[in-house]
Each structure stands twice: as structure tokens, then as C-alpha cells.
Design a protein around this ligand. Structure first.
Ligand SMILES: Nc1nc(=O)c2c([nH]1)NC[C@@H]1CN(c3ccc(C(=O)N[C@@H](CCC(=O)O)C(=O)O)cc3)C=[N+]21
Length: 293
């Protein structure tokens, strides 16, 4: 059994990005610049955004973190996005989700200029992805593709079962795995809460992507011997003995599932780290397109 280590794969992606930034700077060009907008102070969102900002610095990207109060209005956030759209020095805009309930996520997503949509959540980006056109791939599915590439996991002709139909993971993942791309060309089954006998469907899978958001949902009896298992879940559970007071659980019951697999991603230390790598790659791509490189 191979552990698909997100730390190793993300480092490798980030090393390449860092070298590219150095080349730009040597040529007297400015660095790529990501703007992250955080509304309120959701604990998990704080952690993720801090990590994104830190990793930008590590590879030589500029980043700007814009914080709005939890009580901010939709209008305030839309104004902020307009300013970032109009700022020529900003290449990528990311509005951390979820947003407080007074703000429509859909309106916010649609306000971002698609040329700066490094999350790939704008309907224009999603439409392009579905049509197989060049676009920003949402960071988590992109990170998973980079993970498959890094560890050279064969996907062509395989049956992939994706559990979860969210706009940010399950749906784009099903599109990518069924696409005519390297590490695509799978036959894909997209499962969700209304799928009868999900366990039986999973047992047919050569590749399982678990992205439903229920801790340890995928059990050993749902996994075929020798399958590849990608765990996208990140559920925080209280644990007074842990340093931070919580532990993170994936959507896969790792201890019982891992021994049956060909390869599996751990949680933490798997897909989450690749998500940020995907975001950074999108930011450099946005910079290149915008500056005509
Ligand atoms: N507009 C937007 N874009 C996003 O890309 C986005 C978002 N909103 N909202 C929330 C999800 C979640 N997400 C993660 C990023 C990093 C880790 C990550 O680094 N995880 C580490 C550590 C986890 C921890 O310590 O909490 C790991 O799995 O090892 C996880 C999850 C990005 N998201």
C-alpha cells in the first residue's frame, strides 16, 4: 500500500512555482499577486487563509489579505471585489467560503472577474471546464489531479466513483476524471445522498474519491481490494488531548481501509495540502494570462 503524501507532492509543485517566480524577478518583472478576502472569523477559515498567505510568501508570491467584519453587508463585499477586479496589480481573487448568511455566495462568485477567478467557481470557469476549454480548475479537484500525476497513478480506462456532488469538489472532480486529459479517461459514477446501495457502487470502484463531508463514512467493506482511495473530507472533532484541542478526520475510515488499497491519501497531510498547491498554480496561470506571457 502506497501512502499518497500531500506534503511531498505539494512541495514538488511549489518548488517548480518558486523557480518560475525567480525567473520572473530576474527579468525585472513583478511577482504574481493573490488577494484573499476573509469575512468574519470562522476558525477553520482563519486557518486555511493563514496557510494560503504563508505559502504565497514561501514561493515568492505577493499576497494581500482583506478582512471584513462578520456583520459586513453584501454591498460592502461586492465593492471590495470590484476594487480588486479593477486593480491591475492583483492577479487572483479568492473569497473564502462559507460566507455569513446575510451575503449571497452566488452573487459574490459571479462578481469576480473570470480572468482572476483562481478558485474556478465562476459560472464562466465552470462552463469552460465542462467544455474541456482552458480555465481555472477548482483548487481541490486540481490538487487531486496533481497528486495522481505526482505519484503516476494510472487512471485511463478505470472506473472512478466520486461520492458527493458539491460545486467545489464532487462535480468538477467527476468532469476531470471523465475528461480526455492525462490522469482522466476514467468511466465515472457520481454518487450522492439519493444513490441506492452506495456501498455496492463503491465496491465496483478502481478509484474512490470521498467528498461528502461525513467523518469516516467509507468503511473497509465498501472498498475493492487494490483500489485507489482519495479522501477529501476534513471534519474537526473535539479532542482535549490534542495540541489544538481538535483532531481532523477524513471521510474514510483510514485504519481499516488503508490495508486493502493500492494507494490512499491520509488526512491530514493529503488532499488539503494539494488544494493550496492547486490555488498557487492557478494564481501563476492568471498572472501569465493577464501579463501576456
Ligand atoms: N473560496 C474558497 N476556496 C477554497 O479553496 C476553500 C474555501 N473557500 N473554503 C474552505 C475549503 C477548504 N480548503 C482547505 C485548504 C487547505 C487545507 C489544508 O491545508 N489542510 C491541511 C491542514 C488542515 C488543518 O490543520 O486544519 C491538511 O489536510 O493536512 C484544507 C482545506 C480550502 N477551501
Amino acid at each position: 500500500m502506497l501512502i499518497l503524501d500531500g506534503k511531498i507532492a505539494a512541495e514538488s509543485v511549489k518548488n517548480v512555482l518558486q523557480q518560475e517566480v525567480q525567473q520572473l524577478l530576474v527579468q525585472g518583472k513583478r511577482a504574481p499577486h493573490l488577494a484573499a478576502v476573509l469575512v468574519g472569523n470562522n476558525g477553520a477559515s482563519e486557518t486555511y487563509v493563514a496557510s494560503k498567505v504563508k505559502q504565497c510568501a514561501e514561493i515568492g508570491f505577493e499576497s494581500t489579505l482583506i478582512r471584513l467584519d462578520a456583520t459586513a453587508s453584501e454591498g460592502e463585499l461586492l465593492d471590495t471585489i470590484r476594487q480588486l477586479n479593477d486593480d491591475d496589480n492583483i492577479d487572483g481573487i479568492l473569497v473564502q467560503l462559507p460566507l455569513p448568511k446575510q451575503i449571497s455566495e452566488q452573487k459574490v462568485i459571479e462578481a469576480i472577474n473570470p480572468t482572476k477567478d483562481v478558485d474556478g467557481f465562476h459560472p464562466v470557469s465552470v462552463g469552460k471546464l465542462v467544455q474541456g476549454l482552458d480555465t481555472f480548475i477548482p483548487a481541490t479537484p486540481y490538487g487531486i489531479m496533481l497528486m495522481l500525476e505526482h505519484f503516476n497513478i494510472t487512471t485511463k480506462g478505470k472506473h472512478a466513483v466520486v461520492i458527493g456532488r458539491s460545486n467545489i469538489v464532487g462535480r468538477p472532480m467527476s468532469v476531470l476524471l471523465s475528461s480526455n486529459l492525462p490522469y482522466g479517461n476514467c468511466t465515472v459514477t457520481l454518487c450522492h445522498s439519493q444513490t441506492p446501495d452506495l456501498a455496492a457502487v463503491c465496491r465496483e470502484a478502481d478509484i474512490i474519491v470521498a467528498a461528502l463531508g461525513r467523518a469516516e463514512f467509507v468503511k473497509a467493506d465498501m472498498v475493492k481490494e487494490g483500489a485507489v482511495v482519495i479522501d477529501v473530507g476534513i471534519t474537526r472533532v473535539d479532542d482535549p488531548t490534542a495540541k489544538k484541542g481538535y483532531r481532523i478526520k477524513g471521510d474514510v475510515a483510514y485504519a481499516e481501509v488503508a490495508p486493502k488499497t493500492q494507494a490512499i491519501t491520509p488526512v491530514p497531510g493529503g488532499v488539503g495540502l494539494m488544494t493550496i498547491a492547486g490555488l498557487l498554480k492557478n494564481t501563476l496561470a492568471a498572472y501569465k494570462r493577464r501579463t501576456g506571457l
